[in-house]
Design a protein around this ligand. Structure first.
Ligand SMILES: [Zn+2]
Length: 243
């Protein structure tokens, strides 16, 4: 089973430009559907920003000077299998559901040095070699931990084999959606203890590391969904919907 299915991948590039005194978000290829002549003209320069020809608000031709040129919005998702020593946040429903505005359950996993994602589920600890291609990854092993990185894989494997993470214990003391998180955070604290660092409480780890990334991701998902539905998106500046 893979965590995300390919139909829900978010693989289009979001760009932002200014016109009509507003910030306007769209996909980098949005103009194709309503300006065929421009499409033909720009077919040879697919990456060129010249594909943007008209503003979706005023329909005037777009001309940018260098400072106004459209900018790409960084995608908050990375391939968890290319992120060794990381805390990965994914969703069984696909990356569009990694958002604080979504009710579906998030799933957490820890990567070893080779990008295998260890995650605690109803069937015990899984070692996923695929399925985490679009997730939010928090790097866990800064340079000060380098002496531990050699031990990381063996520790993770040993930790995952402990009776604490047996399938039949999954429902014990379970707050909804939290057992995979407990597995990951307990391992992080296990490694922090070995490195002579104090353990982190769930609130500390969530507040300092997880929530800031989830907030950025939630805004991106919101903008992405709006563009998917409407072709473009103009945020309300007063509601802090900017990226
Ligand atoms: Zn305009």
């Amino acid at each position: 089973m893979c965590l995300s299915d390919s139909t829900s991948l978010m693989d289009r590039t979001v760009i932002k430009f200014s016109h009509c005194d507003k910030d306007i978000y769209c996909f980098s290829d949005y103009n194709v559907c309503w300006e065929p002549s421009v499409h033909a003209f720009t077919a040879d320069c697919r990456e060129s920003k010249s594909r943007l020809s008209r503003c979706p608000l005023c329909f005037q031709p777009l001309k940018f000077n260098l400072l106004e040129a459209p900018v790409s919005i960084p995608c908050p998702f990375t391939n968890g299998h290319n992120s060794p020593y990381a805390f990965n946040i994914g969703s069984m429903c696909g990356p569009l559901h990694i958002s604080e505005y979504d009710d579906s359950e998030l799933h957490i996993g820890i990567t070893n040095s080779k990008g295998v994602v260890y995650n605690y589920t109803l069937t015990g600890v899984r070692r996923d070699e695929c399925g985490w291609e679009q997730c939010v990854s928090l790097q866990l092993a800064p340079s000060g931990w380098s002496s531990l990185s050699d031990q990381w894989d063996a520790e993770l494997e040993h930790f995952s084999s402990m009776a604490l993470w047996a399938p039949q214990r999954f429902h014990e003391e379970r707050e909804f959606g939290s057992r995979c998180y407990a597995f990951a955070l307990t391992f992080i604290n296990h490694m922090r203890t070995k490195a002579g660092k104090p353990c982190l409480t769930r609130d500390e780890f969530t507040g300092n590391y997880v929530l800031p990334r989830i907030k950025i991701t939630s805004k991106y998902v919101r903008v992405y969904q709006e563009i998917s539905h409407n072709g473009f998106y103009v945020p309300d500046k007063h509601r802090h919907e900017m990226l």
